[in-house]
Design a protein around this ligand. Structure first.
Ligand code: GRF
Length: 223
């Protein structure tokens, strides 16, 4: 029997390399997902072009056309609902989302963030890891809650910080790991293996003691 494909809507504000990686994995037949649309808060976001080139609906809404954050987010997610997604993926979506909207999507919306959460929510994560003399850096995929970058973490990818690293070199080395992390995490979600239970992440109905970890072979493992 053919597996039901997970309907996915992606939100992105910029370059869209995580979106592109997800799309390429779908196109290679590696993911039982159907990316329905790409929505953005920036009309000039290159992510929109990636979607258009692939024949995927690409929609931009301007925050300044709306009275306030809540009004913008309600309008944006009204468009999201049009595509009946099972999952919303925030992939470089740079706006905080109104709490009422976030709550409505609890357990059905994930974000990729370039740090080993709970360290460094928010911006400038690479520089903050360097400034703290951390030995390890990484990326996290988490369920979205009203707390910025604060929702339960599903999976992480780690990489060592090298002598001579700066924020740009660290970001460049991390990016391919982010792409892989997002793909394999979405795959587990599409397979129905991951769920939010209360404030914790369950994998195959077992609460995870710690986020899954991307291993050298590019697979997620428990630790
Ligand atoms: C990525 O580092 C992602 O983790 C962060 O923003 C960046 C977006 O990159 N949230 P891209 O637009 O996917 O290329």
């Amino acid at each position: 029997m053919q597996q039901k494909r997970l309907r996915v809507v992606v939100l992105a504000s910029g370059r869209g390399s995580n979106f592109a990686a997800l799309l390429a994995a779908q196109q290679r037949g590696e993911l039982p997902i159907d990316i329905r649309a790409l929505l953005s808060d920036k009309a000039t976001a290159p992510a929109l072009d990636i979607a258009r080139d692939a024949g995927i609906d690409a929609i931009a809404l301007r925050p300044r056309d709306h009275a306030d954050r809540a009004a913008f987010d309600q309008a944006l997610f009204a468009r999201v609902v049009d595509f009946h997604p099972d999952l919303v993926v925030l992939a470089g979506y740079m706006r905080v989302i109104d709490a009422a909207v976030v709550d409505a999507w609890r357990g059905r919306m994930i974000n990729i963030h370039p740090s080993l959460l709970p360290q460094y929510p928010g911006l400038h994560t690479h520089q903050r890891a360097l400034d703290a003399n951390d030995v390890m850096h990484g990326a996290s995929v988490h369920f979205v809650t009203a707390e910025l970058d604060g929702g339960p973490v599903i999976a992480q990818a780690q990489l060592p910080i090298l002598a001579g690293d700066n924020a740009d070199s660290l970001a460049a080395r991390l990016l391919p790991l982010e792409h892989r992390l997002l793909i394999v995490t979405v795959k587990l979600l599409a397979q129905g293996k991951i769920a939010l239970q209360g404030n914790r992440v369950a994998c195959d109905d077992q609460i995870l003691a710690a986020p899954l970890l991307l291993d050298e072979s590019g697979s997620l493992k428990q630790r």
